[in-house]
Design a protein around this ligand. Structure first.
Ligand code: 13P
Length: 249
C-alpha cells in the first residue's frame, strides 16, 4: 500500500504571504510517515514548489487541460504543472463540476492527460445533499467512478477523493458509518475493476476535515487520508491533521 496522503486544496486562496505557511508546516512536520501535499492556486505553484524543495511536502495543481499546449486562453496543461514542480493534480472537484460544467467524460480525459505527463491524478466524486436524501449516494458515486476514472488506473497514477458536496465548507460531516459505507463500496468497486491494483489505490475523505475530527475519520476502514480545504491554509490548522494521520498508522 502506498503511504497515506494528507492533501491540502487551497482553492482560490493564497497570495505570496501564504508561502510562509508551507515553510512553517515543513518545520512542524519534518519527517511525516504520510505523504503531505499542498495544491495551491496556479499563481503560487512555482514559488510554493521552490519553498517546499528539500522538505517532505509535495505540490500539485487544482485542475488541468487535456492538451499539452495550444490555443486555450486561461488554461493550464499538465506539462505546465510538472514544469512548475507539481507531482499531483486534483481533477473533477465538485466546484469545477458545478462552476465549469465538467462532466465525468471531461474528468476522464483530463485524468488521461495528467497520467501522460507523469502526474498522479486525485479524482474527486461525491453526492449532493438531495441525492443523499433520495438514497442515491452509492449509485451516484459508483457511476462517477465508473465514468471519471479511465481504464488502467494504478495506485501510483491515481487517488480517489470522496467529498460529499454538502460537507464541503459547511462544517457538516457524514457519520463515521456513512463514510465507511461509501469507502467500503468504493474499495469493492476498485477491486472488481482493477484487481490487486484497486486494493492499493488510496481513498481520501474530504469535506470539513478539521484537527478535531481528523483522528476519528482516519480510523474508518478504507480511509487512506484526507483532502482538506479550509483547514489546510495554515500550518497551525493542517499540522495537527498530518499528525493525526501519522498517529493512525
Ligand atoms: O473541498 C474540499 C477539499 O477539496 C473540502 O473543503 P473543506 O475542508 O473546506 O470543507
Amino acid at each position: 500500500m502506498p503511504r497515506k496522503l494528507a492533501a491540502g486544496n487551497w482553492k482560490m486562496n493564497g497570495l505570496g504571504a501564504a508561502l510562509a505557511e508551507v515553510t512553517a508546516l515543513a518545520e512542524r512536520c519534518p519527517s511525516p510517515k504520510a505523504e503531505v501535499l499542498i495544491c495551491p492556486p496556479a499563481t503560487l505553484l512555482s514559488r510554493l514548489s521552490a519553498a517546499a524543495e528539500g522538505s517532505p511536502i509535495a505540490t500539485g495543481g487544482q485542475d488541468c487541460h487535456t492538451a499539452t499546449s495550444g490555443a486555450h486562453t486561461g488554461d493550464i496543461s499538465p506539462a505546465m504543472l510538472v514544469d512548475a514542480g507539481a507531482s499531483y493534480v486534483i481533477l473533477g472537484h465538485s466546484e469545477r463540476r458545478a462552476d465549469h460544467g465538467e462532466s465525468d467524460a471531461t474528468v476522464a480525459a483530463k485524468t488521461h492527460a495528467a497520467w501522460n505527463a507523469g502526474l498522479t491524478a486525485i479524482v474527486c466524486v461525491g453526492e449532493t445533499e438531495a441525492q443523499r436524501e433520495a438514497g442515491e449516494t452509492l449509485g451516484v458515486i459508483q457511476s462517477q467512478i465508473a465514468s471519471s476514472v479511465p481504464d488502467g488506473a494504478t495506485a501510483a497514477s491515481t487517488v480517489i477523493a470522496y467529498e460529499p458536496v454538502w460537507a464541503i465548507g459547511t462544517g457538516k460531516v457524514p457519520t463515521l458509518k456513512q463514510i465507511a459505507e461509501v469507502h467500503d463500496a468504493l474499495r469493492g468497486q476498485l477491486n472488481e475493476r482493477f484487481g490487486s491494483e484497486g486494493n492499493e489505490i488510496r481513498l481520501l475523505y474530504g469535506g470539513s476535515v478539521k484537527a478535531k475530527n481528523a483522528a476519528e475519520i482516519f480510523a474508518v476502514s478504507n480511509v487512506d487520508g484526507a483532502l482538506v480545504g479550509g483547514a489546510s491554509l495554515t500550518a497551525e490548522d493542517f499540522g495537527p491533521i498530518v499528525e493525526a494521520l501519522d498517529a493512525a498508522g
